[in-house]
Design a protein around this ligand. Structure first.
Ligand code: EPU
Length: 335
């Protein structure tokens, strides 16, 4: 393992922000990880653990050590579970699952990022979340240098949430994840947009691959491809508000969409709130709000992370003043 100096992070974050890492290490094995944490030179430095770089916004150069997790491998185990190393690309894993006769993650096609970071924010799309197929994970405990196993319940998954964003924040590096995938061929097409694509192709009993293709086409039509336009997917979480507050909003905005949560709460699409606040498609110099999905902030090339962060704060203020709703940023802001 080599530790490089003054490395541009541009290829390592999907926002395409050109910040520099003072030190940069690519971890290809567990022993690499132990070696790096045993190096006195690096012990005291701030560290940034990087997976696919698809959920971060770099606001300045990083004056510490960036640890890029590049552990590879996908294997079907004899107990029927599938073990995937943290550095595997998420979408490649979805394609692998389809090729090998599994189903369960086709709705999560084309989500940027790596398998090892997927549990951190319990990735989700079109009615399915990672937690629905997650068995357990192995994580390197930085302080003790031991490997600990976290079961599904121990991860405390929620909507774009896990224990690794809260009480265990910064304590662990995820090494591998085990999945419990089905091979029944059953699919989940409750989400209207998927049904619409399938109907347009006259597909009646869709296979998991056909659902995956539908999801890919929906995402490609709505969401910018990070290879072409820098972005980190949804920048904000969809806010959960009281049903009573929602009813009041509905009196004013007849078309306000919502997803039911429970008897007292509903989730409101942040994209709708941002659009109604007038930000959709806004371009400021070389960054802005995506024209097809207001939940996605974009870097058209050469933007500064801090400018995008300031834009995000302005959007938060607008939505707060128009709807009295606070939007939480989903993306990790690295200041
Ligand atoms: N909407 C607008 N204006 C917009 C965007 C959306 O009015 O600019 C409205 C749409 O009309 C629709 C509703 O908002 O009624 C929902 O939009 P969409 O189906 O695009 O989903 P979302 O709630 O905006 C969430 C996830 C996405 C995921 C989709 C599909 C979050 C924060 N985002 O978005 O996840 O792909 O559902 O399941 O939960 C991601 O996390 O990076 C991501 C893209």
């Amino acid at each position: 393992m080599k530790v490089l100096e003054n490395v541009s992070l541009k290829p390592y974050n999907t926002f395409g922000i050109d910040c520099t890492a003072r030190y940069f290490a690519i971890i290809e094995s567990r022993s690499d990880l132990r070696k790096i944490y045993a190096e006195p030179e690096f012990l005291k430095l701030p560290k940034l653990i990087l997976g696919g770089g698809s959920n971060i916004l770099l606001c300045s150069d990083f004056e510490g050590l960036v640890i890029k997790i590049d552990l590879k491998g996908i294997e079907g185990l004899t107990d029927g579970s599938v073990k995937v190393q943290a550095g595997e690309n998420w979408h490649d894993f979805v394609l692998w699952s389809l090729k090998n006769g599994y189903n369960g993650i086709e709705n999560l096609s084309l989500i940027p990022g790596n398998v090892g970071t997927a549990p951190m924010q319990n990735i989700g799309a079109y009615g399915v979340e990672l937690k629905d197929v997650f068995l357990d994970l192995e994580a390197f405990h930085i302080e003790s240098e031991e490997v600990h196993v976290f079961s599904n319940s121990q991860c405390e998954f929620g909507y774009r949430e896990s224990i690794f964003k809260h009480s265990r924040r910064g304590e662990y590096i995820i090494l591998s994840v085990r999945f419990n995938l089905a091979n029944t061929g059953n699919v989940d097409v409750r989400y209207g947009a998927i049904t619409a694509v399938l109907e347009s192709k006259s597909i009646v009993n869709p296979t998991p691959k056909q659902v995956s293709d539908a999801v890919i086409s929906i995402r490609e039509s709505k969401l910018p491809d990070p290879k072409k336009i820098g972005n980190a997917g949804s920048f904000f979480k969809n806010p959960v508000i009281l049903k009573s507050d929602f009813i009041k909003l509905q009196e004013q905005y007849k078309d306000i969409p919502s997803y039911p949560i429970n008897d007292v709460e509903v989730k409101v699409p942040a994209g709708w709130l941002i659009e109604k606040s007038g930000w959709k498609g806004k371009v400021i110099d070389n960054y802005g709000v995506h024209k097809n999905q207001a939940l996605v902030l974009v870097n058209y090339g050469g933007a500064n992370g801090n400018d995008i962060y300031q834009l995000a704060k302005k959007i938060q203020e607008s939505v707060k003043s128009s709807f009295d709703i606070h939007l939480h940023m989903e993306v990790n802001i690295i200041k």
